[in-house]
Design a binder for this molecule. Structure first.
Ligand SMILES: C[S@@+](CC[C@H](N)C(=O)[O-])C[C@H]1O[C@@H](n2cnc3c(N)ncnc32)[C@H](O)[C@@H]1O
Length: 238
């Protein structure tokens, strides 16, 4: 697995490592000050700025792919919940969607999100609520065939209630999984964000029937104070 930008595991990162302190300001909530401080001191945020990624989320899929190697040249990828486009940027490079790696197969990247995505060279992106009726059919039409990877970083806006957020993300993940069962090529990979919280057992059972291997991973780029983790299911049985 890739090292963190500091070369360390991020689990111990906290106040003692802070370099930039943000003063509270009139009109700014304490939570916004804390968010700003965290952004300014986050090595992944800095690295994303230098390396041209649209957000620190890009490093989560980079680290997952470094471990499981599913974004190979020629792969056809569907990216659910792709805004602002970090995962698409990574996928475009790794599957050779722009044909920049000569002699290697050329892949495709299709992304969808509730929000408008600034175009990503090499990716085909669409605005769509994946939970609306017929959304899966629309994505299948855009895809026009099978996929080798279905990945979902979809997360609903936080309700502030942990269990509600957990159930929402599991619903998004299950919908993404059923879509994956329909479109994945045999041997394909499904990656999705989940939150630790107890209701993911059913999903795991289902994935274990459909895939040869199912792993739960928290990549170093995923903040240690977040209950987010990723399920990576490889070897779709078809
Ligand atoms: C954490 S962000 C994704 C970041 C992205 N992977 C990247 O690297 O830029 C989660 C995204 O899920 C999207 N989302 C949430 N619910 C959705 C839905 N029902 N349909 C489509 N997208 C959804 C949100 O709009 C948001 O942009």
């Amino acid at each position: 697995m890739a090292k963190t930008p500091t070369g360390k595991n991020n689990s111990g990162r906290g106040q003692r490592d802070l370099k930039v302190k943000v003063k509270t300001a009139r009109g700014r909530k304490l939570s916004s000050t804390r968010w700003l401080e965290r952004q300014l001191n986050d090595p992944y945020v800095k690295r994303a700025q230098t390396e041209g990624y649209r957000g620190r989320a890009a490093y989560k899929i980079l680290e997952l792919d470094d471990k499981f190697r599913f974004l190979v040249p020629g792969a056809r990828v569907v990216d659910l919940g792709c805004a602002p486009g970090g995962w698409c940027q990574v996928a475009v490079k790794r599957v050779n969607a722009l044909g920049e790696k000569s002699g290697k197969r050329v892949g495709t990247v299709l992304g969808i999100d509730l929000q408008e995505v600034e175009p990503v060279a090499g990716a085909d992106t669409h605005v769509l609520d994946f939970m609306e009726d017929d959304a899966d059919q629309k994505v299948k039409d855009w895809l026009g065939g099978k996929a080798d990877v279905v990945m979902s970083d979809m997360a609903a806006a936080s309700s502030g209630h942990k269990q509600t957020d957990h159930l929402r993300i599991i619903a998004l993940c299950e919908t993404a999984a059923h879509f994956a069962f329909d479109v994945l090529e045999e041997g394909g990979t499904f990656v999705a964000k989940v939150l630790a919280g107890g209701a993911e057992g059913d999903l795991q059972k289902l994935l274990k029937q459909k895939f040869q291997k199912v792993a739960h991973v928290k990549p170093p780029a995923s903040r240690s104070d977040s209950s987010e983790k990723f399920v990576v299911a490889t070897g779709f049985r078809g």
